[in-house]
Design a protein around this ligand. Sequence first.
Ligand SMILES: *Cc1c(COP(=O)(O)O)cnc(C)c1O
Length: 353
Amino acid sequence: MQLTITKAQNLKPHPADDNLSFGKIFTDHMFNMDYNLEKGWHNPRIEPYQPIVMEPSTMVLHYGQAIFEGLKAFRNSTGAIQLFRPRDNFNRFNKSAYALCIPQIDEHFALDALKQLLHIEHAWVPKAEGTSLYIRPSIIATDPYLGVRASYTYRFFIILCPVAAYYAEGFNPVKIWVTQEHVRAVRGGVGHTKTAGNYAASLFAGEEAHRNGFTQVLWLDGIERKYVEEVGSMNIFFVINNTLITPMLNGSILAGITRDSVIKLAKLWGIPVEERKISIDEVFSAHESNQLQEVFGSGTAAVISPVGLIKYGEKVITIGDGKVGRISQRFFNAITDIQYGKIEDPMNWIEPV
Ligand SMILES: *Cc1c(COP(=O)(O)O)cnc(C)c1O
């Protein structure tokens, strides 16, 4: 397949590195590729960032057959651009595609196309400490048809946006709220995929949490409403009695790449790790017996998000006096130092562009 490149005529001004946000400004170019039954995936192209024109009947708008990924490009100390575990993102993209009846993409081709796009948008990768270029690959169903079935046509696109350091104002622990009313996903559903509907399903509880002064929702399992699953759209870790504990992947939890990186580093450092069911009652009783040392979320956007307070029903606990824990800080430093090429990459996670 031949990738065609059409350069934008008018280039946008770049925001200053100290004036970045998240997800608002997009670069000059995007990657597009189409799928139909006759040709399969075809017409891969890099072209100016532009609207996708579609009929109101387009299937993705009605039935949510859509998947995405999220990863970042970093500028290292030599000025070169590098990606963090991008093959894992495209691999997970295909797993999401499979679950949503979307045709598989060629992962190598997609990574090559992304690299070409990044070459063209090189100057959009910000330089300031902690900043990066966020990458959003997505596939949407494009048949103009009302009726519930898998689409026969799709669009795969990749867009890019420069993003600020997540912790511009310091590494601040967040307050989280355990919802007893709502669930994010159930085993047998699509909780293990990055599909649009999972995020639509999380909005109501998220808004409720915000109204009550909390940053994120802590989700329990959909069946017994007892076991911890995720926090917001991050995976969650507990340090209890010097052991790192995270919910096992059970079908309703997203297999985060940051989660996997934390687990692999913990093993490298000799920190005991348990991937297992952990009930919210166990978390609260560990706190009661002074064994709950740290709680943090993990995900591409924040890398590590320390949790300082959890509310469950009428019970509230504070963790580590609301300060950032030593282990949370260590994971944050190690992962970001690898991402920015400040330290040796012990795991072969870095992909030069
Ligand atoms: C993307 C995502 C994560 C984190 O995955 P990373 O690969 O670490 O960014 C966790 N939970 C949900 C629901 C997600 O969508």
